[in-house]
Design a binder for this molecule. Structure first.
Ligand SMILES: [Zn+2]
Ligand SMILES: [Zn+2]
Length: 156
C-alpha cells in the first residue's frame, strides 16, 4: 500500500509547481529544493509539519471509507512505519554506497530521476508503479527528458 502512496505523492503534488503560498510548501516547495540540492540531508527527509497534513488527509479518507477508527488507526500505524522505511531508503540512495543488487537498483533508479529524467522514475522503494503507469521508460524509447529544478530554470 505504501508504494502506491509514495508514487502518487511524488509524481503529482511533489512535482506540482506553483508560487501560491501555502500550497507551494505543501506541494513541490521542499521537493524542488531537494532536486536543486540533492545531497543536502535536511532536504532529503520531510519535516514532520509537512508530512502531518498528508497523514491527516489519508487518515480522514480511510475513516470515511471504513467508518472504523480502530481499523484506520492500525492501517495508519503501518503506513507510518512504511514511511520511515521509505525515508531511510531515500536517504540511503543519496548518502550511502549500495552493496546489494537491490540497493544498487534502487539507487540507480532514483539517481535517474534526479539526474537524467525528472518526469519519470518516481518510485523510490519500488519501480512497480513506474512500470504500471508508464513512467519506467523503455531504454530503446526515443523521448524528451527533463531535469528539475523547474523553478531555477524559470527564474534564472
Ligand atoms: Zn522528484
Ligand atoms: Zn532524492
Amino acid at each position: 500500500m505504501w508504494t502506491v502512496v509514495e508514487y502518487t505523492l511524488h509524481r503529482f503534488p511533489f512535482h506540482y509547481v506553483t508560487e501560491k503560498e501555502p500550497l507551494r510548501l505543501l506541494t513541490g516547495g521542499l521537493h524542488l529544493l531537494h532536486h536543486e540540492i540533492p545531497n543536502r540531508g535536511d532536504y532529503v527527509v520531510s519535516p514532520i509539519l509537512l508530512s502531518t497534513p498528508f497523514y491527516l488527509l489519508i487518515s480522514g479518507m480511510g475513516y470515511l471509507i471504513t467508518g472504523n477508527i480502530f481499523t484506520i488507526s492500525i492501517f495508519m500505524a503501518g503506513l507510518a512505519l512504511a514511511y520511515l522505511i521509505y525515508e531511510w531508503i531515500h536517504y540511503f540512495t543519496h548518502h550511502r554506497a549500495a552493496k546489494t543488487s537491490i540497493g544498487k537498483y534502487l539507487k540507480k533508479h532514483h539517481m535517474l530521476h534526479h539526474f537524467k529524467d525528472s518526469n519519470n522514475y518516481f518510485g523510490v522503494t519500488s519501480p512497480l508503479w513506474d512500470w504500471m503507469f508508464g513512467t519506467l521508460p523503455n531504454k530503446s524509447e526515443n523521448r524528451e527528458t527533463q531535469i528539475l529544478p523547474i523553478i531555477s530554470r524559470e527564474h534564472s
